[in-house]
Design a binder for this molecule. Structure first.
Ligand SMILES: Cc1cc2nc3c(=O)[nH]c(=O)nc-3n(C[C@H](O)[C@H](O)[C@H](O)COP(=O)(O)OP(=O)(O)OC[C@H]3O[C@@H](n4cnc5c(N)ncnc54)[C@H](O)[C@@H]3O)c2cc1C
Length: 511
């Protein structure tokens, strides 16, 4: 019997899988499961699919309000392939030659390129030959970390220290040293760069999973390698990618329902049996994939039975949240490319503000994605740029809400900082929409606004993310708070791992 055909009292029927949440992880799992013959229903509480990969309307324009940097194209190729289709038939991706343009308060600027030699030259011009050589060494080092974590960690269902060591055999200990897990990102960068601006630049990669470079294991330097391997833009914006995943799931037969909030995953006789919507509607299920944050499960937002699926310890803390500004504006004074970073003058203080004081930074580093620009930086024809500004913020949404005056002060500081570094924007109220950690908490309950699940602080933290197969039979986890972690490609991988786990579990049920 096929794994997806189950025998019931009324005869044989296709297994029914309910996916709670239409973020990238949920949609990926849905597409793959539907393509394997499961009956799949995706239930999403928001009005549109995509979760954090969303758009906001500003002055009549749609602005990407979530992820902007797409890496690891091969993961999305794998998702479409797993569902029997080809990514390039549905989504157009374009490789960027410029990874990002960086600017500092001292007037310095540095472009980082996909091409190693161009970056080495640029770094040499900014910081001198020793750091240019250091960058080459850093690239070798991050490539080695990548080789060590790609298979045994990122693709594995449930990596533990023991399993990584076992899978690596006698090479285990050596590979642990190679992933440089026992010191922090910040410590490690001192080995490669004398210029503090370069330490700041490469330390910032820890924030890609919402962590502090002073607390995250140096293993996270792997993100610099992943970016160097390729950054892509998506025609139609990043939102086009979640839309295409939803369409893929629908083509394979999944039903995707928006404005369908789930209030309970019903556990009977030790197994998930159904979900209950806020409306009271009950939908029977053979398996449930939860794409909401694991903190929502632990908090009991899906009922007491489902809360046992995963226990999130408060001591794990939370990853970063953000204050974001989606803008449709005239941008003047600074030669924007697609990705731009405006660094603060005291990075350590910024992370003290965020993680020690739980406050919005006194002087923020600001990321700006100019969504109509490419590597050449040419401005859009009508002179109006769609820009997403991101300022890191502590994830205290809901628990200790930010006052309007705190948010206003953050806006003022962001504006002052950008102006100081040369970028003038039109801050008329109709030109921008602000999203705060409290808004993120409202959209993604129980997160406090944290955008990347638990933080990767401490060397063991990556091993403690929730696996796809939860503690409750029939409940599976996919998303940024589950293994292998946050960020669009990682989350897509967690969707693949969840689909694989559901298929295994249904196969044993069928047997
Ligand atoms: C501002 C910002 C910038 C980012 N930048 C990048 C970047 O440049 N590159 C990158 O790779 N990543 C980036 N990320 C991270 C990336 O967006 C996320 O890791 C990823 O999109 C999360 O996907 P997910 O599958 O975990 O689901 P989520 O996007 O978290 O979606 C979960 C879904 O579940 C739904 N849900 C929750 N509860 C219920 C319920 N009770 N009933 C029904 N539905 C429910 C929610 O409404 C939501 O749609 C960024 C994120 C943000 C917010």
């Amino acid at each position: 019997m096929s794994a997806l055909v189950l025998d019931g009292a009324a005869g044989s029927r296709a297994a029914h899988v309910v996916v709670v949440g239409a973020g990238v992880g949920g949609l990926t799992a849905a597409a793959v499961l539907a393509s394997r013959g499961a009956r799949v229903t995706v239930l999403e509480r928001a009005a549109r699919v995509g979760g954090k990969m969303r758009q906001v309307s500003v002055a009549g324009r749609s602005v990407d309000a979530g992820p902007t940097v797409l890496t690891m194209r091969h993961v999305f190729e794998a998702v479409f392939e797993a569902a029997g289709e080809r990514l390039e038939d549905h989504v157009t991706l374009r490789a960027s030659a410029v990874i990002a343009r960086h600017a500092w308060p001292d007037g310095a600027r540095l472009d980082l390129f996909a091409d190693l030699e161009r970056s080495v030259d640029a770094i040499g011009r900014l910081s001198g030959p020793v750091d240019a050589k250091g960058y080459r060494a850093f690239c070798d080092y991050t490539a080695k970390i990548h080789a060590s974590v790609e298979g045994p960690f990122m693709r594995a269902q449930r990596p533990t220290l023991t399993s990584v060591l076992r899978d690596q055999g006698v090479r285990g200990i050596a590979s642990l040293t190679r992933i440089d897990a026992m010191r922090t990102v910040w410590r490690s960068l001192g080995d490669f760069f004398r210029d503090p601006r370069l330490r700041q630049l490469f330390g910032r990669y820890a924030t890609y999973c919402g962590s502090s470079p002073w607390l995250a294991p140096a293993t996270l330097n792997v993100i610099a390698h992943v970016e160097r391997e390729g950054v892509w833009t998506v025609d139609g914006g990043m939102y086009a990618l979640s839309k295409s995943l939803a369409e893929l799931a629908a083509r394979k037969g999944a039903t995707v329902r928006c404005e369908a909030p789930v209030r309970e995953v019903t556990v009977r006789d030790g197994r998930a049996r159904a979900v209950v919507l806020d409306s009271g509607e009950v939908i029977e299920a053979d398996a449930v994939v939860v794409n909401a944050d694991t903190a929502a499960l632990s908090d009991g937002r899906f009922g007491a039975g489902a809360a046992k699926a995963w226990r999130r310890e408060a001591s794990e803390g939370r990853s970063l949240s953000a204050v974001t500004y989606c803008m449709a504006v005239k941008a003047e004074g600074f030669p924007l490319v697609r990705h731009n970073v405006f660094f603060s003058s005291d990075y350590e203080r910024e992370f003290d503000d965020l993680f020690e004081r739980e406050a919005l930074p006194e002087e923020p580093t600001v990321y700006a994605c100019a969504q109509d620009r490419d590597d050449t930086g040419s401005a859009p024809a009508d002179g109006t740029d769609r820009i997403l500004l991101i300022v890191n913020a502590p994830a205290r949404g809901g628990r200790k809400p930010f006052t309007p005056s705190e948010i206003d002060a953050c806006t003022q500081r962001t504006r002052t900082h950008l102006t100081r570094l040369g970028l003038t924007l039109d801050w008329s109220p109709e030109r921008f929409v602000t999203t705060t950690p409290d808004h993120f908490e409202a959209m993604f309950p129980s997160t406090g606004g944290a955008l990347y699940g638990p933080p990767s602080h401490g060397w063991r933290s990556p091993m403690y993310r929730a696996p796809a197969r939860s503690n409750v039979p029939g409940i599976f986890l996919a998303g940024g708070s589950a293994h292998p972690g946050a960020g669009v490609p990682m989350v897509a991988r967690s969707g693949l791992l969840a689909a694989e786990s559901v298929l295994d579990s249904l196969a044993s049920t069928a047997r």
